[in-house]
Design a protein around this ligand. Structure first.
Ligand code: PHE
Length: 453
């Protein structure tokens, strides 16, 4: 059997996992859900979800991967010891695959908007009606949607084709620092605009009256999605870690970077939106038709628009490759295919399955499932059902089937000093793996199914 690929360095792992975590959910979704759900009040709930559920589930998945050195299907099987867990593990691969199909369709729009901004079309939209008209004319064109979906995937397959160290790790080592630099430039530009402070004040002042049980559900979904949980990604990335790696030191910075980027992106978006005298609660269209109007009003808007869409594109590429990697690892580990064939076949399949999402606002706009178009339906099923289920089972596997003592023994490997100096770490992990994470996920999940109303 071929030797398993491994990360070249701890920094490489941190950047690759941070690259997976930082994506559309941070830059696109978080600002508008914060805007719709009471500003800082929502942020506080979100941070709680990260500490009590997100981080423990993240560590469970990484530890499953690192311990078994296998792709998710086999990894869950080995730890769970029976076919049920094999099914669950394979199920998470399917979730990752489905996520990658609609994620690529949306990321294709970002790539399309980058091209529009390079052409100068984004920074010349002065009126809200022009921006909306322009947006509609693009997404109602199926060739535009499918074309950029394909182009985006070609970029991702090129990175994946090169393998774990040469492709994913090296790609993230280049793209992540670029992303952070561009983000900082945008934040500096944003906060120095007139009236920007109103935006930051809005972000930092909690409005508890806007917070509903649904907001808590959204905060949990956000914590899961942003950390790329419940879909095999972290199990797969963990499986490329060496056994003597200090997991806490490698993983904690990822959560910090991910949260930091979310907050910086929200600061940037809110200061730009308030500087332009717009409302922050315009929903998903915030990125595509609210920001362009502001880009056309501020000095240097052209460059600013190009940088902004480049930032979002980089974030999307590093996330997309991580959503495709579990399927590729499955092809390699379980079907015995080579890296190149696996990456290519995965790219083609993701392209085909993603087509209905890419045309969900054009040819398929009248095709509704539960009142949603295809893209919204996929996104809803994955983020509200499949992803929380995947995360729930990972933490049940670790906390109840394998046992917290085994998991903590694994966490201690390479980190014994850290655990000796901070005895509370053991209590925290035991409490979260066994009780906090599974119970809270269950409550939020049952609430979403309407059981408490
Ligand atoms: N974490 C990514 C984001 O925040 C999304 C993602 C989901 C990436 C699943 C990989 C797997 O956008």
């Amino acid at each position: 059997m071929k030797e398993r690929a491994h990360w070249g360095s701890r920094m490489g792992f941190i950047l690759a996992v941070a690259g997976s975590a930082v994506g559309l959910a941070n830059i696109w979704r978080l600002p508008y859900v914060v805007g719709e759900n009471g500003g800082a009040a929502f942020l506080i709930i979100y941070l709680l979800c990260l500490a009590l559920i997100g981080f423990p589930v993240f560590m469970s998945e990484i530890v499953i991967g690192r311990t078994t050195q296998l792709s998710p299907g086999k990894a869950f099987h080995q730890i769970g010891g029976n076919r049920f867990w094999s099914w669950i593990g394979h199920g998470t691969i399917v979730t990752g695959f489905l996520v990658s199909s609609f994620y690529s369709a949306v990321a294709g729009w970002i790539l399309g908007y980058l091209v529009e901004s390079l052409k100068g079309n984004v920074s010349s939209l002065n009126e809200a009606s022009d921006a909306i008209h322009h947006y509609n004319s693009l997404i109602e064109n199926p060739f535009w949607g499918v074309g950029f979906h394909a182009l985006f995937l070609i970029i991702c397959v090129c990175v994946l084709y090169l393998g774990v160290k040469e492709g994913i790790e090296r790609g993230n080592k280049i793209m992540m620092p670029c992303l952070l630099v561009v983000l900082c430039l945008i934040v500096i530009k944003g906060v120095t605009l007139p009236n920007a402070m109103d935006g930051i004040r809005y972000l930092l002042s909690p409005d508890w009256s806007e917070l509903t049980p649904k907001s808590v559900m959204i905060a949990l979904g956000q914590a899961f999605f942003t950390l790329s949980l419940g879909q095999g990604t972290m199990v797969t990335y963990g499986s490329y870690l060496n056994k003597d790696e200090n997991l806490i030191k490698s993983c904690f910075p990822v959560v910090l970077v991910d949260t930091g980027v979310s907050i910086l992106a929200a600061i940037a978006v809110f200061s730009i939106v308030f500087a332009g005298g717009m409302q922050p609660d315009s929903g998903p269209g915030l990125l595509f038709h609210t920001l362009p109007i502001i880009f056309s009003q501020i000095p240097g808007g052209y460059l600013f628009a190009v940088m902004f869409f480049l930032l979002v594109l980089l974030a999307a590429i590093t996330s997309q490759i991580s959503a495709m990697e579990p399927t590729i690892a499955y092809f390699q580990d379980e079907l015995g295919w080579g890296r190149h064939a696996s990456a290519t076949v995965c790219g083609i399949l993701v392209f085909l399955v993603g087509i209905p999402s890419a045309i969900s606002y054009s040819i398929m706009s009248s095709c509704k499932i539960w009142d949603c178009n295809f893209l919204d339906f996929m996104s809803m099923i994955c983020s509200s059902v499949l992803i929380p289920l995947g995360g729930f089972f990972a933490v049940i596997l670790v906390g109840w089937v394998w046992g917290t003592h085994n998991a903590i023994a694994q966490l201690k490997q390479g980190a014994s000093e850290l655990f000796e100096k901070n005895p509370w770490l053991k209590t925290y992990f035991r409490f979260c793996f066994k009780y906090a994470a599974p119970i809270l996920i269950l409550i939020v999940f049952l609430n979403a199914l309407g059981l408490f109303s």
